[in-house]
Design a protein. Sequence first.
Length: 369
Amino acid sequence: MPADRRYPRPARCPGAFRPGTPDGTAAAGLASRSGRWHAMMWSRRKTVAAASAAVAVAGVTTGLILVSGSGQGTPAKPAHSATASPAQLLSPFTGEPVTALRRVLAVKIDNIAQARPQTGLTSADIVYVLPVEGGLSRFLAVFSARLPPVIGPVRSAREDDLELLRQFGRPAFAFSGATNTLLPVVERARIVNLYSGVRSGYFRGTTRVAPYNLYAHTSQLLAQAKGASLAHSIGFRFGPAPAGGRLTAAMSVSYPAASFSFTWSAAKGRWLVSMDGARAASTEDGQLSAATVVIQHTIVRTSRFLEYGKPPPYAESTGSGTAIVLRDGRAYQARWSRPAADGGTTFTTASGQPMTFAAGPVWIVLAAG
């Protein structure tokens, strides 16, 4: 098997961590980024709140491009459903049977081209896609039911991570650093702090250059996560698909410098993920996929904390708004509501009924709109 299809081997001497740089790496490593990375800026956009309780979203919206393809013929094959007896314990994150509710581990994962393919994302219960500086994206991956042996590349935290994390109680949070002003805010947040500068279990891979080569052994992370919250409901509801929905073969969503496509596979019962026009691979288990995909329209403002001299985007995850939910080969117009950061997010159909998810991994794309 080629080397790039496995997670990178640990380097004999990992790179030093320095809190003064966003990812705990030497400034020289960051300087290696391409000129295009530094030249791109996130343009602040204004969002007009919808006055109607049910808003259909189509075509182009501010800061968001949606392209859908409608399938033909008979309805798509539903995603594989979790079958359980009334007494069976189900994961509140995926709706699948579990033997126990385990601790929550959230990891900030890089998604620039040099960081692909990622390692461990196929085991995530939830993957949040978040905008970052330069119009690019990063992932906040949430694990509980299953843990990959290795996860990465691990990257630095942003301010909007903290709002997302509060709904999980006190999750363990693995990240590679933050700017000098943001780092103490992250460390004081309601998390079990697994910052790479103060915790063990991290290593530098030998097949990539810093800062795109920081990985972590999840067993070592959890060994240092005593007191992390167990998985509990964050508002997701799982079950048979609601009535309606539009037969959809594929749908795309874009940031200024990053794009995602989700293509329905009836054979696999999953939405297959592509990024920037290419199949989104993993190092361990083929193409990334999800049973349910949520394109959650929200306000994207700017953070209080600078990155590379400019304020990065901050995607709000509290409040309410519209969403498109993809499940079982269909697209549903929906609404989301999360009144407070300590609570979860509920999703309803345009008619106000519960918007149930298909059992399996959930991807949520936070995008301006």
